[in-house]
Write a protein that binds this ligand. Structure first.
Ligand code: SF4
Length: 387
């Protein structure tokens, strides 16, 4: 059974709402130093045109805060309203400054004020010293975010949990949840609510487990913070795409997730198409025609790969075809049955010709693929004229 989307509250980042009834949004991150203002502007423009809805930039020092502000100014002058997120590690001081120039600041709970390379063992006193330090610096940060009406992502990364958290709770989903929980306790004290949470790992199974545990705990507490999904350091190529699709897709099917980033060690624009495919594949958002096609076998009597490719090229140009489901099947053995709820089904005959079905009714029998393509285009254009 596919779960209903988990109820979350809306957190606004710039002009984009995350959580609540908003669509699940797509994020990405630039991959060049923030001091390269021109390069960042170019990358963000490309990402925005490709469908990226929220963009994140690394802010590694106080100088970067100025570059971040400059990039923002140039983008706004170009009429690019994309919400901008500052990504901060290790420094509460930088995070505080970023609140003045960014729509959202992403902090890493594990290194906000904790030492990453701590002693190999802790005594309880040291755990509480670390916790108190975090409470103090986070309290100030949340208070300023509240005053400036900015939002914050508390990022919990399996690979960078505070050593004191690992010492006390182990190195798994429980530790990831406990790390988030102590941040949420501080937020509650200053009544700061504009929070998005993420629980990421490079291992899809760990990332799935952490998100499931965290959401069950949040639901028990009646806390409906939106969730940002992602598999970190997933790498490149097919494997990275499959791993991201498993991690993010499983959670979307559970009803978990309000925004996502697919991390690829590639040009960031490539992340957007993968994110769109994951969302469409999970039935969460619709970006284009949903093609169903059989893998073909010894019963296929036409070049199904070529027909599918040509149809895709021809029909994807037509905005009116966007919401169609089109099945391309090799033969009638499973033909109409597998085509299921498709709006149109193209089915091969043993003599190499094709037939076109509309809502399971045959509208063209034993014709060439060109004839099918011409007719489908005409139907889609007619649909466009009526819109
Ligand atoms: S639909 Fe027909 S051609 Fe395609 S895989 Fe199934 S049996 Fe083979």
């Amino acid at each position: 059974m596919i779960a209903k989307r988990r109820q979350t509250k809306e957190v606004v980042i710039g002009h984009v709402g995350v959580g609540g009834n908003n669509d699940i949004s797509i994020q990405s991150m630039t991959n060049i130093p923030t001091k390269n203002v021109e390069g960042n502007v170019r990358q963000i423009c490309e990402l925005f045109e490709g469908g990226c809805e929220i963009i994140r930039l690394a802010v590694t020092n106080l100088e970067d805060v100025k570059f971040f502000a400059e990039i923002r100014k140039i983008l706004r002058a170009k009429n690019i309203p994309i919400p901008m997120v500052a990504d901060v590690h290790f420094s509460p001081a930088i995070a505080l400054d970023c609140l003045e120039v960014a729509d959202k600041v992403r902090i890493n709970a594990g290194n906000f004020s904790d030492r990453l390379m701590g002693p190999k063992s802790f005594v309880d006193d040291e755990f509480f010293v670390g916790k108190n330090k975090l409470q103090k610096s986070l309290g100030k940060f949340f208070q300023k975010a509240k005053d400036l009406k900015k939002s914050v992502r508390i990022g919990i990364n399996h690979g960078s949990l505070a050593p004191r958290i690992v010492y006390k709770f182990g190195h798994g989903d429980v530790a990831m949840w406990e790390s988030a929980k102590e941040c949420l306790e501080v937020a509650r004290e200053v009544q700061f609510e504009n929070i998005i949470l993420s629980f990421k790992a490079s291992d899809a199974k760990k990332m799935i487990a952490a998100n499931r545990l965290a959401c069950s705990k949040l639901d028990e507490m009646g806390s409906y913070y939106p969730i940002h999904l992602g598999v970190t350091e997933s790498g490149n190529g097919d494997y990275a795409r499959i791993k991201s699709a498993i991690g993010i897709g499983c959670l979307l099917m559970d009803g978990i997730g309000d925004t996502l980033r697919v991390s690829l060690t590639e040009d960031p624009t490539r992340e957007i198409e993968v994110a769109k495919n994951i969302l469409q594949g999970c039935g969460a958002r619709r970006y284009g025609i949903e093609f169903i096609a059989c893998p073909s076998c010894g019963r296929t009597s036409y070049d199904i790969q070529s027909v599918l490719g040509k149809l895709r090229t021809q029909l994807e140009k037509l905005p009116s075809a966007k919401n169609l489901k089109i099945a391309v099947m090799g033969c009638m053995v499973n033909g109409l049955g597998e085509a299921g709820d498709a709006d149109f089904a193209i089915i091969g005959s043993p003599n190499g010709t094709l037939s076109l079905y509309q809502n399971k009714n045959c509208v063209l029998k034993n014709v060439s693929w060109k004839e099918i393509c011409k007719n489908l285009t005409k139907i889609c254009r007619l649909k466009l004229d009526r819109v």
